[in-house]
Design a protein around this ligand. Structure first.
Ligand code: CMC
Length: 429
């Protein structure tokens, strides 16, 4: 079969570049030799047309609204799987057997405690610090506490670092929450599953017994599953770029946490709930829709739109259903925020502006409502996203480190500054 090529004509010269085919999804033009052949760079700020790596972990078809982890559709995993099973799938490529899952579960469970000295580390933060500020610090600090698993060239150390992060980041997140509300840290419990243990560390206090509601734990587990990985998004690309310099895994994941904080990315669920509350009543929705459409107003409908999905975000569908169930369980089915969310979604999906631009609700539109009902303050929403996404970041980082073609990430630029000029002495300026 003849190899497919893309031809580029510049003046009277024509250059050929191979077209590479993945297992599904758009083909890519391999332009690695572009600069050496032509002396030109490509220009693609925001990477809207650039595949920065090859990967076999997660696939998104934005037009269909499809999300696959290792080939498995997200709705099937949401319905039938558990977060730890999904972690195994993302990390090792296949669904585990019963004994593999039991072993993995045991391994993660037995690493959930953090070094006792980490407790003192938290005291250095102001008590009103945003928990994401604390998370960027403490996740990075893991490199100092677990220095024996920072050698990226040792597969065994990479494995231990991965398990440590999946197991301990929920503990660190719960500690960030407890610190922010002035309550004592709660140690993990090995008799609880991953999500239940997390709820226990967040909501139990020494003064009374706390019973985890299994249905709420299931909803939490689902939220973790839906956020576990999402292809080459901003924070994942940040992790890959950080890791490309051979930085240690804890530093790379801390970089991912920092990137996730932004309201255009992981911070959107906090922003979405704040927006729904600000709207307050169904009657005020048209006013906010008008603002979102007004180009002179920076306001955007938070939880709407996505760089890749130009159809319904498949995670948003599961989230909407989960929001309804959780509010039902907690007896707040007439929650005004949920009413506003549903009505806002209905109006926006019929509005020409949103239809034309293919703006649909994304995963963050409903997740805030659930997390709020469960008892988390908005400042914790992105932290929970970081807990869930840790496994995706790690799977992508491990894939990159094991890739023999790995190179340091080093984008180029279109320079628009001054050409070379002579230094002017201060007296002459
Ligand atoms: N409300 C109003 N208009 C919007 C919105 C929105 N939420 N999102 C995009 N648009 C408009 C935008 O003004 C532009 O219009 P025009 O063509 O007339 O200039 C058009 O739609 C395309 O927007 P874009 O900014 O070029 O699209 P993008 O792919 O660069 O941005 C996005 C994607 C997610 C940053 C953006 O849709 C957004 O800011 N959404 C709100 C924040 C949000 O919910 N983020 C969570 C994303 S999902 C979770 C995650 O990845 O972390």
């Amino acid at each position: 079969m003849t190899e497919k090529v893309a031809k580029l004509t510049l003046g009277d010269q024509t250059y050929e570049f191979p077209v590479l085919e993945g297992s599904v999804g758009p083909e890519v033009i391999d332009i690695r030799s572009l600069y050496s052949k032509t002396g030109l760079f490509t220009y693609d700020p925001g990477f809207t047309s650039t595949a920065a790596c090859d990967s076999s972990i997660t696939y998104i078809d934005g037009d269909k609204g499809e999300l696959l982890y290792r080939g498995y559709p997200i709705d099937q995993l949401a319905e039938k799987s558990s977060y730890l099973e999904v972690c195994y799938l993302l990390l090792y490529g296949e669904l585990p057997t019963k004994s593999q899952l039991a072993e993995f579960d045991d391994l993660v469970t037995r690493h959930t405690m953090v070094h006792e000295q980490m407790h003192y580390f938290y005291r250095g933060f102001r008590r009103d610090a945003h928990p994401m500020a604390v998370m960027t610090g403490v996740v990075g600090a893991m490199a100092a506490f677990y220095h024996d698993s920072t050698d990226i060239n040792d597969p065994q150390q990479r494995e231990i670092a991965s398990i440590r992060m999946i197991a301990k980041i929920p503990t660190l997140a719960a500690m960030a929450y407890k610190y922010s509300i002035g309550q004592p840290f709660v140690y993990p419990r090995n008799d609880l599953d991953y999500a239940s243990n997390f709820l226990h560390m967040c909501f139990s206090v020494p003064a009374e017994e706390y019973k985890v509601n299994p249905e709420i734990a299931r909803a939490m587990d689902l939220i973790f599953t839906l956020h576990a990985d999402h292809e080459q998004n901003a924070s994942t690309s940040t992790v890959r770029l950080s890791g490309s310099s051979d930085a240690n895994p804890f530093a790379c994941i801390a970089a991912g946490v920092a990137c996730l904080w932004g309201p255009a990315h992981g911070g959107a669920n906090e922003a979405a709930l704040n927006m729904l509350r600000e709207i307050g009543t169904v009657e005020r929705i048209p006013e906010f829709i008008a603002r979102a459409k007004d180009k002179n107003d920076p306001f955007r409908l938070m939880g709407f739109g996505h760089r890749v999905y130009k159809n319904y975000d498949p995670r948003a569908k599961v989230m909407q259903e989960t929001a309804r169930k959780v509010l039902d369980i907690l007896g707040v089915e007439n929650n005004p925020t949920l009413q506003v969310a549903k009505e806002l979604e209905r109006i926006a999906l019929e509005d020409e502006y949103f239809v034309e631009r293919k703006l649909y609700p994304n995963v963050d539109f409903y997740s805030g409502i659930i997390l709020n009902a469960v008892g988390f303050p908005t400042s914790m929403f992105t932290v929970l996203f970081a807990v869930a996404r840790t496994v995706g970041w790690i799977a992508q980082w491990k894939e990159m480190i094991a890739d023999p073609q790995k190179k340091i990430g080093r984008p180029r630029q279109l320079y628009n500054g001054s050409p070379a000029r002579d230094y002017t002495p201060i007296s002459a300026r």
